[in-house]
Design a protein around this ligand. Sequence first.
Ligand code: F7E
Length: 296
Amino acid sequence: KYVIGSHEGGLVTDMPSHDNLFLYYGDLSDFSSISRIITTIRPDEVYNLAAMSDVRVSFDIPEYTGDVSGLGALRVIEAVRQAGVPAKIYQASTSELYGKVLEVPQTETTPFNPRSPYAIAKQYAYWMSKSYRDGYGMFITNGILFNHESPRRGPNFVTRKITRGAAAIALGGDRKIYLGNLDAKRDWGYAPEYVEAMWRMLQLEKPDDYVLATGETHTIREFLEEAFRHIGKRWEDHVEIKQELFRPSEVDILMGDASKAKRDLGWEPQTTFKDLVKLLLDADIELAKQNGSGQS
Ligand code: F7E
């Protein structure tokens, strides 16, 4: 619900602020709030990273997801257009657009085949971005990001769910981790590297769309194996499968080819799968220690 800007007007007063960072209250489902912020700040760059981003939850609240993740993007773009601000816009597109994939690996030219209300909302946002770029000549770029993880990942996503659980177990907690489909394959990268590439996209002369991915794919089971290898335990002793955590329709395999980003942005991911699992796990072990052993 907060929009970050670099201008003091309309500041949210109950949030901590920093010398060059100001927070405004806004809501993607409310055009007037977005429009007011854009008109007040007159930004040079807009990064629309807001969404109802939990794919499984999008099956429970499809209408809300369409409103925020789909129409919400249109509200941002339209607010910029109406304000007449020459802002460059980054739209957070997603590998979920590929859905039941029609090609492996996926590139910027792979056809979309979305399988969830989340992915369909994001497809609307993707095409709106393209349409305003072509129709109005606006600088709008779609970053088609494959899964990007960090210690800040919400605990409802699979990587964090596993590393939080494994950290608690490592510190002696008697804990079960409840999971759904372990066979799905994901291309997981390290989020800060992806954010650097988002910024690079907006420094280009001409807007375009870019896949950001590592080019490697691993099952959820492999993630579990790697995390539990670090703590010297067997994941099979701590994981229980729950039917309700399966999705009505699954995206089975995601694996991206980021050659275009390498060519135009000079971007290449640095963090390997093994490094990523270790980094996420170490952060959760540290957090669990601070919160008291096994309590994270
Ligand atoms: O699921 C499987 C699940 O929720 C990954 C979002 O940021 O990345 C993210 O979407 C896989 C799926 O992420 C559990 O079925 C098994 O196959 O961590 P996730 P996601 O759906 O890939 C894309 C790029 C986005 O754009 C999204 O906004 O893991 N899985 N068991 C599970 N997943 C969850 N969450 N919880 C489980 O218990």
